[in-house]
Design a protein around this ligand. Structure first.
Ligand code: SAM
Length: 245
């Protein structure tokens, strides 16, 4: 299965352990907090780290993700009853139901082909109220992050909640047409060797801006880093804040 890291319950546990709260969550939380007590859509919410924090901060949050195992992990966390969880995609969302939509930890890059990406943007625009905001991150291709994804540089040991240690490393398979295909490898203490194969699309700022315009969004800002640095500076990110008309 593609993207097994979000679907296989053993790999979902690794993802969750490897992705604690960090500066990116601070950024997304601060942008959402610019509008008090909003209805927030966390699209591609994964195991729910940000959705839960947004709900704890008083927002009405819906977390949506196509990966059943990730949603199940989110639902099992403390405070999960404050969030509405949906296993699905943006195409299933009600019209004009949210004030802010977030897509965090590079969800946007999993929409590899342009038609799928545009359909998602159309669906999100429809699900937002007029003037509703969309905030998301996409790695800046100028930073060439994939060059750091090699079996030596990416090797890490992830400690699970029960103390088990999993060795994880990443291997890039191909780089072509703005897309990077790669595999995460996992070795568990019981000897199990699992893998997760993915492809991510790296869109330039220009490509993001034109796709957003095509879906009817007005771009407010494109930051380069989590400290709201200008594009091309900061963390090799394209952090987009946009709104519908
Ligand atoms: C890197 S994870 C990010 C999860 C979470 N947002 C976080 O910050 O930890 C990417 C997520 O995007 C989800 N995803 C992939 N394709 C999607 C789509 N078409 N619509 C919504 N979510 C999608 C995956 O299932 C996965 O949970």
């Amino acid at each position: 299965m593609r993207d097994a890291e979000f679907h296989d319950h053993r790999l979902v546990e690794v993802y969750d352990a490897e992705c604690p709260w960090s500066r990116d969550d601070d950024f997304f939380l601060s942008v959402v907090e610019e509008t008090p007590r909003v209805r927030v859509l966390d699209l591609g919410c994964g195991t729910g780290r940000l959705a839960l924090a947004l709900a704890a901060a008083g927002h009405r949050v819906t977390g949506v993700d196509p990966a059943a195992s990730s949603i199940a992990a989110a639902r099992a966390k403390p405070g999960a009853e404050r969030v509405t969880w949906l296993e699905g995609t943006a195409g299933e969302l009600p019209r004009a139901a949210y004030d802010v939509a977030v897509m965090t930890s590079h969800v946007a890059q999993f929409l590899v082909d342009d038609a799928t990406w545009l359909t998602l943007l159309d669906d999100v625009a429809r699900a937002l109220v007029p003037g509703g905001r969309l905030v998301f991150d996409s790695r800046d291709p100028r930073d060439r992050a994939w060059e750091r994804w090699n079996p030596v540089g990416s090797r890490r040991r992830v400690t699970l909640p029960d103390g088990a240690e999993v060795d994880v490393w990443t291997e890039v398979l191909s780089v072509a047409g703005g897309s990077v295909a790669f595999t995460h490898h996992y070795r568990f203490p019981d000897g199990a060797a699992l893998r997760s194969d993915s492809t991510l699309r790296f869109r330039s700022e220009g490509e993001l801006r034109s796709s957003l315009a095509a879906a009817g969004f007005v771009v407010e800002e494109v930051y380069g880093g989590w400290g709201r640095e200008p594009g091309g500076e900061g963390d090799g990110e394209l952090l987009v804040v946009a709104h519908t008309r």
